[in-house]
Design a protein around this ligand. Structure first.
Ligand code: XMP
Length: 518
C-alpha cells in the first residue's frame, strides 16, 4: 500500500481563524494535509508534490496594501484547487475576474441555492438549499474566464464557482465550521471525487509512521528520556516511543509536590505497573516548596517552578549514560503557531516546559506527535490500548496547584486545596459532568470571611469553583452546571474540609478572564 502522506493536501494559510479547522476536517476524512504560509514558493510547493491545494480564508481584501497573494503559477501546476472565502476571491482576482470591495458583506448564517450538482457539489442535488456560514466583506462581481457559478445566495450570485477543465473551485462560505450543515459532503466531494484521493490517514497508519520515524532517528544503542506528567500528550508520546524503542525509553516523572490528591501514585500505577514503562519517580516536593516559600507573585511562582523542574530533570537525565534524545509531546498546533501567517502569538503567561534543555544537555529532539492534532493524539492513544481516563483527562497546568493556591504555598494550604478538589472531581464525575466540561478545578483564595460552625464563629479561607467549556483553551465560557450539583459540592467542601467556610462560583469567560486564576 502506498504511504498515506503521499496523498498530501496542501493548505495555504491566509490568516483565517478557521484554517486549523480546515485541516482537522480533512484529516477527519482520512486524508493527510499540512498547513503552510501563503508565501510558500512554487518550487517548494513542487517539492511537497501535493495532490490538491486549499486556499484558506483570511481577513484581507485582495486589493488591500500588502494583501497576501500567491504566485498565479499555482493555478497551472495541474492539481485540483479549492479556494475558501478569501481564497475564492483571490482565485477570481488572479485569474482575471473582478472582486468588489465592500465594507458591508455578509456575516453569519446564510442559505446557498445549489444550481449545479457537480465538482465540489457532486454529493448534493441541484435545487438543494444549503445552510452555510458566511464571513466576508468583499465579493466577486465578475467571473474569470472559464468559470461558471454553481451556487448563489440572495445577495451573492457567485457563492460557489467552478472551472471544471482546470479543476479549480471556489466557495464564499466556510465548509469547515459546524454551522455549514453539509460542509463535510462538500469537502469529501473535493477530496474524493475531484482530487480522487483515498482515505488512508488512520490512527494505525500514523502510529506506524511515527514509530518508524522514531526508530530512524534514535540509533540502536541510544536511549531517549521523556518527561512524563500523566497528561494526554506526554502519555501517548511515551507509549508510542515504548513501541519504537522498548527498554531504551526512560521516563522521568517529577513529583513537584503540586500535584492533586494521589495523582503521583496513579501515574506510577498506570505507567510502571500497567504499561511496564521504565519510570523514574523523583519526589522533589520539598525542594519545590522550599524554593517557593514566601512567594506570592504568580509570575515568580511560574518562573521558579520552571527553573527547578529543569534542574531536577537535568540531574536525573544525566544519570542515564546513553541518553542521546529527549522526547517531547509537541503537537501540530504548536508547530503551525511557530510558522504561521501571523507568527508566534505573544505569550501571555510564561508556560512551563523543558525549553532549552535539549541544547544544554546536547540531546537530540524526538517529537513523535508533531504532525498530530489533539483529537488524533487521542485516537492514536486509543489504538495503542490506552484507557479513556488517561486520554480524556482534563488539562492540568505544568505549575500544578501552585497557580490554584493563591497567595503563599504551604503544605497546609495545599492539603486544603487537594481535599476540596477531590470532592469537586468526585461529584462532577458522579453527576456525569466530567466529560461535558473542558476543565474543572478548585481555587483556594487567601480571603478570610466569617462563618458559624455549630456554636462557634469561624474565620476561614474561601474556595472558588471553576468549570469551563472550551474547544481549545484559547477562549472559554463558564459551564452552566446544575444548581443541585454546585450545592452538593459546596456543602460537602464546607463540611468536610477544615479551613474552608465559604464556596463561591467563578462565572467569568475567557477573554477577558483566563481559565486559571494565576
Ligand atoms: P489560561 O489560564 O491561560 O489557560 O486561560 C489556558 C489553558 O492552558 C492551561 N495552562 C497551562 N498548561 N502549562 C501548561 O501545560 C502552564 O503553565 C499552563 N498554564 C495554563 C490551563 O490549565 C488551560 O487549560
Amino acid at each position: 500500500m502506498h504511504h498515506p502522506k503521499r496523498d498530501l493536501v496542501l493548505i495555504l494559510d491566509f490568516g483565517s481563524q478557521y484554517t486549523q479547522l480546515i485541516a482537522r476536517r480533512i484529516r477527519e476524512a482520512g486524508v493527510y494535509c499540512e498547513i503552510h504560509p501563503y508565501k510558500l514558493a512554487l518550487d517548494e510547493i513542487a517539492r511537497l508534490a501535493p495532490r490538491a491545494v486549499v486556499l484558506s480564508g483570511g481577513p484581507a481584501s485582495v486589493y488591500g496594501d500588502g494583501a497576501p497573494h500567491v504566485d498565479p503559477g499555482l493555478f497551472s501546476i495541474g492539481v485540483p484547487i479549492l479556494g475558501i472565502c478569501y481564497g475564492l476571491q483571490l482565485t477570481a482576482y488572479l485569474l482575471g475576474g473582478k472582486v468588489h470591495r465592500s465594507s458591508e458583506g455578509e456575516y453569519g448564517p446564510a442559505t446557498v441555492q445549489v444550481d449545479e450538482a457537480s465538482g465540489v457539489f457532486s454529493r448534493l442535488a441541484a435545487g438543494d438549499s444549503l445552510e452555510v456560514w458566511m464571513s466576508h466583506g468583499d465579493q466577486i462581481v465578475e467571473l474569470p474566464p472559464g468559470f461558471k457559478a454553481i451556487g448563489a445566495t440572495g445577495t451573492t450570485p457567485f457563492a460557489a464557482i467552478a472551472d471544471e477543465a482546470r479543476q479549480i473551485y471556489g466557495i464564499q462560505f466556510h465548509p469547515e465550521v459546524v454551522h455549514t450543515r453539509r460542509g463535510k459532503e462538500i469537502l469529501d466531494a473535493f477530496l474524493f471525487d475531484v482530487a480522487k484521493l483515498s482515505a488512508t490517514w488512520t490512527p494505525t497508519s500514523f502510529i506506524e509512521d511515527a514509530i518508524a520515524a522514531v526508530q530512524a532517528k534514535v540509533g540502536p544503542d541510544d536511549q531517549a528520556v521523556l518527561g512524563l506528567s500523566g497528561g494526554v500528550d506526554s502519555s501517548v508520546a511515551a507509549i508510542l516511543c515504548q513501541r519504537a524503542l522498548g527498554e531504551r525509553l526512560v521516563c522521568i516523572f517529577v513529583d513537584n509536590g503540586l500535584l492533586r490528591d494521589r495523582e503521583g501514585d496513579q501515574v506510577i500505577r498506570m505507567f510502571r505497573d500497567h504499561f511496564h514503562l521504565k519510570v523514574i519517580r523523583v519526589d522533589a516536593g520539598e525542594r519545590f516548596l522550599g524554593e517557593l516559600a514566601g512567594v506570592t507573585d504568580p509570575e515568580k511562582k511560574r518562573k521558579i517552578i520552571g527553573r527547578v523542574f529543569i534542574e531536577v530533570f537535568e540531574e536525573e537525565a544525566k544519570k542515564i549514560d546513553r541518553a542521546k534524545f529527549l522526547v517531547q509531546g509537541t503537537l501540530y498546533p504548536d508547530v503551525i503557531e511557530s510558522v504561521s501567517f501571523k507568527g508566534p502569538s505573544s505569550v501571555i503567561k510564561s508556560h512551563h516546559n523543558v525549553g532549552g534543555l535539549p541544547e544544554r544537555m546536547n540531546l537530540g529532539l524526538v517529537e513523535p506527535l508533531r504532525e498530530l492534532f489533539k483529537d488524533e493524539v487521542r485516537a492514536a492513544g486509543a489504538a495503542l490500548g490506552m484507557p479513556r481516563e488517561v486520554l480524556w483527562r482534563h488539562p492540568f497546568p505544568g505549575p500544578g496547584l501552585a497557580v490554584r493556591c493563591l497567595g503563599e504555598l504551604t503544605p497546609e494550604r495545599l492539603a486544603v486545596l487537594r481535599a476540596a478538589e477531590a470532592i469537586f472531581d468526585e461529584e462532577l464525575r458522579a453527576a456525569g459532568y466530567y466529560d461535558r466540561v473542558w476543565q474543572s478545578f478548585c481555587v483556594l483564595l487567601p480571603v478570610r470571611s466569617v462563618g458559624v460552625m455549630g456554636d462557634e464563629r469561624t474565620y476561614d479561607e474561601t474556595i472558588a469553583l471553576r468549570a469551563v467549556e472550551s474547544t481549545d483553551g484559547m477562549t472559554a465560557d463558564w459551564a452552566r452546571l446544575p444548581h443541585e450539583l454546585i450545592g452538593k459540592v459546596s456543602s460537602r467542601i464546607i463540611n468536610e474540609v477544615r479551613g474552608v467556610n465559604r464556596v463561591v462560583l467563578d462565572v467569568s469567560s475567557k477573554p477577558p478572564a483566563t481559565i486559571e486564576w494565576e
